[in-house]
Design a protein around this ligand. Structure first.
Ligand code: SF4
Length: 111
């Protein structure tokens, strides 16, 4: 898929969620803001690095935090959502839960 617009990019994120059996944040304002930051990072670095973490701007150093990052699946499994609260476990909102700050799983050596 050639990403010519932020709308295409949003579709890719929706597809990523679907492929992984996740859902997106139901808070539209939060979601729009996060997708905007991811899109900005994609324009800036050439890849959508995590908006909640500081990127180095070098693919090799940032590849673990390219969305969906390496830490998303274990965070979603353990806490119900990823570090930025973009992706969620399917039943998270149905169960009446609220998202919250979760611990950083990325090793300190990479930060
Ligand atoms: S924490 Fe969430 S938004 Fe950030 S890179 Fe990982 S999956 Fe994407």
């Amino acid at each position: 898929m050639s990403l010519v617009s932020i709308d295409d990019f949003k579709k890719l994120i929706e597809q990523n969620a679907k492929n992984n059996g996740w859902i997106l944040n139901e808070d539209d304002a939060w979601l729009t803001e996060l997708i905007g930051y991811l899109w900005e990072n994609k324009q800036r670095y050439g890849y959508p690095s995590c908006p909640c973490r500081l990127a180095k701007g070098e693919f090799e150093k940032d590849k673990d935090i390219i969305c969906p990052c390496e830490y998303a699946a274990p965070d979603i499994e353990e806490f119900g959502h990823c570090y930025c609260a973009l992706f969620f476990k399917k039943d998270f909102f149905k169960e009446g839960k609220s998202f919250r700050k979760i611990p950083e799983r990325r090793p300190e050596s990479k930060i």
